[in-house]
Design a protein around this ligand. Structure first.
Ligand code: GLY
Ligand code: MN
Ligand code: MN
Length: 472
């Protein structure tokens, strides 16, 4: 990787040999190149954009941060490129708090910093970023990490200021102070995390967008199941089909896709996705498109590969669906977040007890201290907040999250499951290797919960009809 140097050509040519790193493939630029590279380029007249829709929402969020941290200098970095190997980096993804407070999302510049400088009236807020270098600099043509010759056009200070309706300055003008409060401060990290617990209308619209693209991705997957079933790594076919939709219509996936066929469905975060997809088995797909705004869906559907559930698969599937419906019915404004999980677990405990899998009654299993025997078959929680992060608001206090009160604007998942591992001797053979999860994305409104992903078929009958329709 090269550095972000903005040396002028005059400087660069002084001592070419000394400055050129010794590598096995870099060639020094000859004089003719250096004499001509910075000339002959058309002017780039800039028409400033109108502020993007999220700018006003981001400003309102910044006002809340400012009020909570009066007199303190706050520094919210976007983060930097992370090396993958040698001179290749992972795709850049801005820190979620930075994106939330600026509205700068998939198009944010690495190394940017949002700074709140305290004033008598509150804070002056400035977004510092590495403005594009002009064409007389080595950065322009020789810097493969940030140079426009290599990575394409980069924004100007004035352009970003207009786009995000925020004051901007060049990154070089930013200086860190000894008393700066940054995201490693627990109070600030908690505050900006809890600030995301209730979504505004822009955010909810983006969640809808992410869910709608994800729904199309699931249709794509169903269309590709016959191809997956004849491929040695059919799970990768599924992953790849969803990736295509996520990249074409969104920024990408909000998290690594889980394409878990047969017994792999019982591994909760199976992302190796290198298995076969066998007709007669179920395939559990947990996948979510992240929109360009960075808001992500998080959806799971469990599909019979050949289009039809067996009797035992259907029994497990419908028990999970019943748990999901019970959780949805419990999700009322004013109840605690954990009520949703508790409602799902009552169904899970009842069903596995009824099937003779527990050494105790369902009631005993549900005892908070002595119970939990049913959790062997569903070790994860039923719900998590969802937004710009798949597991959103992760630094929120327990009393605001698990023990918090549901209110309009909250977005969360409902995702019960049942997983009978292939070598689990506590269950009859017919159940071993079956894993089912159904995951939907819910927004609380004044009128109660709304399932954003209700348009993606959920019941066993609907899933069979969906597969038949899409593959027709
Ligand atoms: N996809 C991760 C989760 O469902 O929480
Ligand atoms: Mn989830
Ligand atoms: Mn999920």
């Amino acid at each position: 990787m090269s550095t972000g140097s903005s040396d002028t050509i005059a400087q660069a040519t002084d001592d070419d040999a000394a400055k050129t790193p010794v590598t096995n493939r870099k060639q020094p630029f000859p004089r003719g190149f250096l004499d001509t590279i910075s000339t002959g380029w058309a002017e780039r007249p800039e028409s400033l954009p109108a502020a993007r829709p999220q700018a006003a929402y981001a400003a309102a969020r910044r006002d809340k941060v400012s009020a909570a941290f009066a007199g303190r200098r706050l520094v919210i970095p976007a983060g930097s490129l992370k090396q993958r190997s040698n001179d290749t980096d992972y795709p850049f993804r801005a820190h979620s708090a930075f994106a939330h407070l600026t509205g700068w999302a998939a198009d944010a510049e690495p190394d940017s910093v949002l700074v709140f400088d305290p004033t008598d009236a509150g804070h002056d807020v400035t977004l510092y970023f590495r403005e594009r270098a002009d064409r007389t600099t080595t950065e322009f043509y020789a810097d493969a990490t940030v140079g426009e010759f290599w990575i394409g056009p980069r924004p100007s200070l004035a352009g970003v200021a207009a786009d995000l309706a925020i004051a901007t300055d060049h990154l070089a003008a930013f200086t860190a102070g000894a008393d700066d409060v940054a995201l490693d401060d627990a109070d600030l990290a908690r505050f900006v995390s809890e600030l995301r617990l209730v979504k505004d209308e822009y955010e909810i619209a983006e969640m809808r967008r992410a869910v709608d693209i994800t729904a199309q991705g699931f249709d794509d997957i169903i269309r590709a199941l016959p191809e997956a079933a004849v491929h040695a790594r059919g799970e990768r076919v599924v992953e790849g089909v969803f990736h295509r939709r996520a990249r074409e219509d969104g920024n990408g996936e909000g998290y690594d896709t889980i394409a878990a066929s047969g017994p792999h469905a019982c591994y909760l975060h199976w992302t190796r996705n290198d298995g076969t997809v066998v007709p007669g088995d179920l395939i559990l797909v947990d996948a979510g498109v992240e929109a360009d705004s960075l808001y992500t869906a998080d959806i799971t559907r469990t599909l019979p590969v050949n289009g039809t559930f067996t009797e035992v698969q259907r029994k497990v599937y419908e028990a999970v669906r019943e748990a999901a419906d019970a959780a949805f019915a419990a999700a009322k404004n004013g109840v605690r977040f954990r009520t949703v999980h508790e409602a799902a677990m009552q169904v899970i405990a009842a069903r596995v007890a009824e099937w003779g899998l527990l050494p105790v009654t369902a009631e005993e299993a549900l005892d908070a201290d002595a119970g939990g025997q049913h959790r062997r078959y569903m070790v994860h929680g039923t719900s998590h907040h969802l937004g710009i992060d798949v597991h959103d608001c992760a630094q929120a206090r327990r009393e605001m999250y698990y023990d918090g009160i549901l209110e309009p604007g909250m977005v969360f998942t409902i995702e019960p499951g049942l997983y009978f591992q292939i070598d689990d001797l506590t269950v009859p053979e017919e159940l071993r290797g079956i894993g089912v999860r159904i995951e939907d994305d819910i927004v609380m409104t004044e009128d109660g919960p709304v399932n954003l992903s209700a348009g993606i078929p959920r019941t066993a009958d609907e899933v069979e009809a969906w597969i038949a329709r899409v593959q027709a």
